[in-house]
Design a protein around this ligand. Sequence first.
Ligand code: PGA
Length: 249
Amino acid sequence: MKYIFGNWKMYLDYAESNKLADQLKDLEIPKELCVGVFPSFLAVADVVKLLEGSGIVVGAQDAGYPSKGAYTSLISAQMLKAVGCTHTLLGHSERRYIFGDTNDVVRKKIEASLESGLVPVVCVGETREDLEDNKTEYRIKKQLVRAFDGLDLDGHEVIIAYEPVWAISKGGKGEPCSSEQAVHTHNFIRDEIRAYTNKQVPILYGGSVDESNVLSYVSKKEIDGVLIGSASTKINSFTSIITTICHKN
Ligand code: PGA
């Protein structure tokens, strides 16, 4: 199984999200692929409806905790589950480094997602500074321990996305991490995650993936799929990524 997840970030407004979902809904998705999209909170419920029966799963870009109550502006994991989301994207570097989500906050969001029956896609990755200081493994180990230590994952599904922060595009062309380097870090993550669960946890790569380089990642057995930002927001590039992977299989 290979995963192709599109993180639409704040690139698409309500109308644009619905339009893209409508364009995607008739794509043939082979059963060896899990295709998912992560629209904004505003669009997520309608995108779920549009994609019903399409085989494309829908997740949210974050999840609030607790589940209900006097928490102005929050949208909880439970509320997302109720409108048909199946996944939540948690600990994305834009949440961590722009909006201050700490490892503790990410952990609470993971717990809330699991309790609500959602599959958390937990993002980890080093900054450029970490990379230059040879702290990639230190950073990721810390993010993983704080996310999963002591958490009962029995009966739950979890996905990890390795996204080097320096490789994430700002909308244009970014600086992707080489697939060899990604494989190296995926192996490290796979070893680390054994401390928390015996299950096979899919590990996706994210950071400047597009139709020109996607095969270099998904053709590696260590890389279970890709999390795509910018290139997932345009119908031509997203469908060409999906068809490229289909033809490879
Ligand atoms: P990008 O974003 O593909 O635009 O680099 C990836 C991500 O942040 O998930």
